[in-house]
Design a protein around this ligand. Structure first.
Ligand SMILES: [Zn+2]
Ligand SMILES: [Zn+2]
Length: 265
């Protein structure tokens, strides 16, 4: 059983999950939808490995039993275990992004949680991994991204009519770009113009990169989305600052208690 635990000290979450690393697209379950795409097809599958109802959340300073839950689905654009992202044209990337907008607006009806992360790597099987998570919760009243955009100064790389491309104030990785809409907006509200701009930036960045990259749509509870481009393979939890361990703290404690180290008889 996977669940989130909150560290009351740092207020960061840890996901306890023993799910094994497998190819989600090769292990797919029941198809939820099939959406046409110029270069063949896209298929949508729900994934039940990582996101399960979490048992507890912090309410008013105490852990309480909670119906909090999340949701995960993948949008696959390759039948075989291969990845064509770097080969797609700007128009094809735009088309895939517009399929994601369609899916996000569909999922949004169910209120699974306030954080949206969609990741796509350039290697392995070609699919977009859509996560909706109820954590972390953000109590701030104003939009963080709007504040960042006002103060981006020398971290700016360039801007288009609608988007600003910059390096974050406190990057998590050696190579990390943020691409944010100038106006406060949700990913689900993107029109063709913004999607084309995003696709062009993705294409330009991936064309100039040699190794593996992750592109991600990240939208926290303040509902101002950004596109993140990093090197290497990153997952939704990492991008939201959620730690991941495979064994529950109670199980680890029991194992240590039962070991000879502490002299149990
Ligand atoms: Zn695969
Ligand atoms: Zn904003």
């Amino acid at each position: 059983m996977n669940e989130f635990e909150l560290d009351p000290e740092s207020m960061s979450f840890t996901l306890i999950s023993d799910a094994k690393e497998t190819c989600k697209a090769c292990e797919k379950g029941t198809e939820l939808a099939s959406i046409p795409f110029d270069r063949g097809f896209t298929s949508v599958y729900e994934v039940k490995n990582d996101v399960q109802p979490s048992k507890y959340e912090l309410t008013g300073g105490f852990f309480k039993s909670s119906p909090a839950h999340g949701y995960e689905e993948i949008v696959v654009d390759s039948k075989s275990h291969e990845n064509r992202l770097k080969k797609y044209s700007i128009e094809e990337i735009e088309q895939l992004l517009s399929i994601l907008v369609e899916r996000v607006n569909e999922i949004d009806k169910y209120g699974f949680g306030g954080n949206l992360v969609i990741t796509r790597t350039t290697e392995g099987h070609g699919y977009f991994d859509i996560f909706i998570l109820p954590v972390p919760k953000d109590e701030r009243k104003s939009c963080v991204e709007c504040g960042i955009l006002q103060n981006v100064s020398d971290k700016e790389i360039y801007r288009t009519e609608n988007l600003v491309v910059y390096v974050p104030f406190a990057p998590k990785y050696e190579y990390e770009l943020s691409v944010s809409p100038k106006i406060h907006m949700k990913f689900g509200d993107c029109d063709e113009v913004i999607l084309f701009d995003l696709a062009a930036i993705i294409k330009k960045t991936l064309d100039s990169s040699k190794g593996e990259n992750t592109i991600a749509i990240v939208q926290r509870t303040d509902n101002h989305f950004k596109l993140v481009i990093t090197d290497g393979k990153k997952d939704a939890f990492e991008l939201l600052g959620i730690n991941k361990v495979s064994t529950s703290p109670s199980a680890v404690a029991k194992k240590i208690r039962d070991s000879k180290v502490y002299g149990n008889r």
